[in-house]
Design a protein around this ligand. Structure first.
Ligand code: ATP
Ligand code: ZN
Length: 285
């Protein structure tokens, strides 16, 4: 029986959440000594631990079948990969930053400048789209110090809080890309591996959906039920069961994360009491 080979980052910002995701999909993998290749228990997969930058190449060469990595790395290094799932972790943005005392008048500012980056390909596309000619200077690390040592007039890099920029006398002026972890695959899996991948994707969807939804239980007087039901439609429609106390019901439903607190406020206003919110483990439609 064939196994689907999944490449994940060996150690770094993606590692723990990648393993957690596989775990939540019912695939337990040892993360003990992180040998290069580990077998998944109770699901036909093998885990290959790599540097994130190496994952696209391994998949394109067919050594790995799928991988979990930052979209930024896919765009920079993945020529022949398909993004199958967005995974909603390792979020970051990639931005242009310039010396703090300079005035930024839009992308035109970059015309003729030298820009330091570890992501030349993404930067090149961005500049091309904006008809800007600039000198891209590729460096592998510590991009943010380039302007202060006179290497470049601007940088293009990952920004999380902006405090690294600040301490290097820079300011963020243009967001080029928003990235998150993604599941990618090569484009010619055989039928057997594709079937395993389909199963994995089904599980990932159930896990992702569960993570962004909450199960809600509440009590309400019967005369406010219509209003409450219109606020929380639930997966199909909410469950409504009578309470022992005459004239009252309990309502069970599912609320999405995006509008969670707004919905809670609306429910309270509509007369809901005794609200309980419970995490969901898996959600299968
Ligand atoms: P490796 O040793 O595997 O090459 P790395 O140092 O290149 O690791 P990490 O710093 O672990 O990579 O980041 C991995 C990915 O996490 C990035 O490519 C990016 O998609 C994402 N990420 C999220 N937030 C940040 C951040 N603040 N800084 C850098 N990367 C981030
Ligand atoms: Zn890396």
């Amino acid at each position: 029986m064939q196994k689907l080979r999944i490449a994940i980052q060996k150690s770094g910002r993606l590692s723990e959440k990648s393993l957690q995701l596989l775990n939540d999909c019912g695939i337990s993998v040892s993360n003990g000594n992180r040998t290069l290749l580990a077998s998944g228990k109770n699901f036909p997969v093998e885990i290959l631990y790599l540097r994130d930058d190496d994952i696209p190449g391994y998949i394109e060469d067919g050594v790995a079948d799928v991988g979990i990595l930052g979209e930024n790395v896919v765009l920079e290094k993945g020529n022949d990969l398909s993004v199958i799932n967005r995974l909603n972790f390792a979020r970051c943005r990639m931005s242009i930053a310039i010396p703090r005392n300079e005035e930024y008048n839009g992308v035109q500012y970059l015309q003729g400048k030298r820009i330091a980056t570890s992501y030349p390909r993404i930067l090149k596309n961005f500049l091309q789209q904006n008809n800007i000619e600039a000198d891209i200077h590729e460096i592998l690390g510590s991009v943010e110090i380039a302007p202060s040592i006179g290497l470049s007039g601007a940088i293009f890099d990952i920004v999380s809080t902006g405090s690294t920029l600040l301490s290097n006398g820079l300011k963020e002026v243009d967001i080029v890309l928003k990235s998150e972890a993604v599941l990618v695959s090569g484009n010619n899996l055989n039928a057997e591996k594709q079937a395993i991948l389909d199963k994995l994707v089904f599980r990932i969807n159930a896990v992702m959906k569960a993570r962004t939804n909450r199960y809600v239980l509440l009590n309400a007087p019967n005369n406010s039920l219509d209003k409450i039901i219109s606020i929380i439609p639930g997966m199909k429609s909410p469950t409504v069961v009578p309470l022992a106390e005459e004239g009252w019901s309990a309502v069970h439903s599912v609320i999405g994360e995006e509008r969670f607190w707004d919905v809670i406020d609306e429910l309270k206003e509509a007369g809901a009491q005794g609200l309980l919110v419970i995490p969901i483990e898996k959600m299968v439609n």
